[in-house]
Write a protein that binds this ligand. Structure first.
Ligand code: IFM
Length: 446
């Protein structure tokens, strides 16, 4: 049955983030975050919901860890809510907030699951937003201080740290397009935020290494939407290569080369506060790069972006293009000259799921995952130093401005009862992990 084995020790896991699953927004002295505020704005969230209860993971984490164990996960990527640790964003530490993550980490380790911890997955303390949030350079120092507090508390057991999740989204969806918290629509503020987020990553890296030990590894998670040629023609290949890749040029490029592309500089001109020495700091070595990739954009020399012959779209409207995942893995492999380990820190799909006979037969998600696992396998065969694959997401959850209307989980959540039901894709992942190989879907739940 298993035709494509992964390297021994390959790290299979799932990913979540604090605001999307924890709930308990007003408990144990948690401070407010920009997402608590943003959810109150009229029409900000499609279904008018928020993350105040979400999957109630704050109270149910033990059961959720048991579920992860049942699936055989080797690793679990979750994020820490900054306002639980520092309700005002800086200053006094909240012991109850620290205690929650202490318990979660211990439960994971007892279950034999390696914690991968993201320090910032978008829930900035509101108190810091009132002082300028990511648009002030001070934010980089605030983030580094917060990172030190967390690493001092958990670093004896957590060895894998991710500074930021998808800073492109934090900066541009949050400050330019108003689609994410804090909900601004100001191109100049977004450019400032983007550069300050990179500074925060750089100072965070130093702070984590200073507070950690010899085993501490630290990296960043970036989102990518790779450009693929619409056809095999030379013109389309060239057009895809030359297309402005905002996600890559905005973040991966400065981190990997210590310079912004001219196009990126033009875009940020006069807005971002870029000072001498910043880029050298931003280009500090990462122990790994985390890749979030769900789809790809196809470029034609004559027609620009083309969607017409994409075979399938997810509920998010994203084209299913596993070759995009292969392409970004190989691009980063080349850009790092094979010297920086890579992890897929998110990949997955939202589809319309139905519970029938107490089961969720999500064969489209199974097919999606299988195709993306195969793409990852191919990249490893072709030399990419890919160390692990985290499926987004462990369970259905609060999908930001889409509220509870998107379903990325390999576990279904009934929000009225908080009952969890493993979907067929969850059983499929369990079988892949057990075999450490891409296998044909059996569709069998046991
Ligand atoms: O749910 C999000 C996650 O928080 C960040 N990456 C993309 C996912 C799906 O949209």
């Amino acid at each position: 049955m298993s035709t494509h084995p992964f390297p021994p020790g390959f790290l299979w896991g799932t990913a979540t983030s604090s605001y999307q699953i924890e709930g308990a927004a007003n408990e144990d002295n948690r401070g407010r975050s920009i997402w608590d505020d943003f959810c109150r704005y009229k029409d900000a969230i499609t279904d008018g919901s928020d993350g105040s209860v979400a999957c109630d993971h704050y109270h149910r984490y033990r059961d959720d860890v048991a579920l992860m164990k049942q699936l055989g996960l080797k690793a679990y990527r979750f994020s820490i809510a900054w306002p639980r640790i520092l309700p005002e964003g800086r200053g006094a530490v909240n012991p109850k907030g620290v205690a929650f993550y202490d318990r979660l980490v211990d439960a994971l380790l007892t279950a034999g699951i390696r914690p991968f911890v993201t320090l910032y997955h978008w829930d900035l303390p509101s108190a810091l937003n009132a002082q300028g949030g990511w648009t002030t350079r001070d934010s980089a120092g605030w983030f580094a201080d917060y990172a030190s507090v967390v690493v001092r508390a958990l670093g004896d057991r957590v060895k894998d740290w991710i500074t930021l999740n998808e800073p492109w989204c934090s900066a541009y969806l949050g400050y330019e397009f108003g689609m994410h918290a804090p909900g601004y629509q100001d191109k100049a503020l977004a450019a400032r935020a983007a550069h300050n987020l990179l500074l925060a990553h750089a100072l965070g890296l130093q702070a984590i290494r200073a507070a950690g030990d010899a085993e501490t590894r630290v990296g960043i998670t970036l989102n990518f939407e790779p450009r693929l040629p619409a056809t095999d023609s030379d013109e389309d290949r060239q057009a895809a290569e030359q297309d402005f890749d905002w996600q890559y040029e905005g973040f991966a490029e400065p981190i990997l080369t210590g310079a912004y592309s001219q196009r990126m500089l033009d875009r940020m001109a006069g807005a971002a506060d870029i000072r001498a020495g910043d880029l050298a700091m931003i280009a500090a070595r990462n122990d790994f790069i985390g890749i979030n990739c769900y789809t790809a954009t196809r470029i034609s020399a004559k027609r620009g972006v083309v969607y017409d012959d994409d075979p399938e779209f997810t509920r998010m409207g994203w084209a299913v293009r596993p070759e995009g995942l292969y392409a970004i893995l190989m691009k980063l492999h080349r850009a790092t000259r094979g010297r920086t380990p890579l992890y897929i820190t998110e990949n997955g799909a939202s589809f319309d799921d139905q519970i029938t006979d107490g089961r969720v037969h999500d064969e489209r998600r199974v097919a999606y995952l299988r195709a993306h696992f195969a793409a990852a396998h191919r990249a490893i065969q072709d030399g990419a130093d890919l160390r692990g694959f985290f499926v987004w997401s462990l369970m259905d959850n609060f999908e930001w401005s889409f509220g509870y209307q998107q379903f990325f989980g390999i576990v279904h959540v009934d929000y009225a009862t908080q009952k969890r039901t493993i979907k067929d894709s969850g059983y499929y992942l369990r079988d892949v992990i057990a075999a450490n190989a891409v296998i044909e879907p059996s569709g069998s739940a046991m």
